[in-house]
Design a protein around this ligand. Structure first.
Ligand SMILES: [Zn+2]
Length: 200
């Protein structure tokens, strides 16, 4: 994902929440297109300040107009995307799930690139919650801030950011074909969750 005009302006004006700002600063370090956009917004802001009280010059107006065709951003190559694989899932072992009882928490581990994603899902079908943790493997690397999206049929249901432990939390997890999307500054990770009621 890339900077929208709204986020770019909020970032320059210092209106973003700390976690959001950290995320986008990280992205700017690795995405040349967005770094150029931000540089132009900053130039625009400086121009506006210089020309205060005067009417906007033709040059400024044309710069403003250039930011409006959103499809330009959509056409840019996206951050590389990888699919997380399920390496462990208590629900794959039915006997284990039944031994623990129908309402036992489901635990699964997904793996992508140098990250493990530990996930725990529990609660009644109408009040199911999910706690996850993004853990770097191997040499301890700080994860920083990522954004986590709970998706159903490609639509975002909830978005969360991780805390300093790499943990993220979704409060309302429905049944059905769900997937988790993780936006890291330089990488997007997607993994299927497939939540099914164990009493099915
Ligand atoms: Zn970008």
């Amino acid at each position: 994902m890339h900077l929208s005009s709204e986020i770019a302006v909020d970032l320059i004006e210092g209106r973003l929440a700390k976690a959001e700002e950290t995320f986008w600063r990280g992205h700017l370090g690795v995405c040349r297109g967005c770094a150029q956009d931000i540089a132009r917004w900053e130039q625009l802001k400086a121009d506006m300040k210089r020309s205060h009280m005067k009417s906007a010059s033709g040059e400024i107006l044309s710069t403003v107009m250039e930011f409006f065709p959103y499809q330009r951003i959509e056409n840019e190559p996206r951050c590389p995307s990888v699919v997380a694989t399920l390496v462990f899932d208590t629900f794959r072992d039915l006997a284990l799930a039944q031994a623990r009882g129908a309402s036992a928490a489901r635990q699964l581990v997904m793996r992508a690139e140098e990250f493990d994603i530990h996930i725990k899902i529990w609660g009644e079908p109408d009040r199911r919650q999910m706690l996850g943790q993004l853990l770097p493997r191997g040499t301890p690397k700080f994860v920083g801030t990522a954004r986590f999206h709970l998706l159903q049929n490609g639509e975002r249901l909830e978005t969360a950011t991780n805390d300093e432990m790499g943990e993220f939390y979704f409060t309302d997890v429905p049944e059905g074909d769900l997937s988790l999307q993780i936006d890291l500054p330089n990488l997007t990770v997607v993994g299927a969750l497939n939540i099914k009621d164990s009493r099915g």
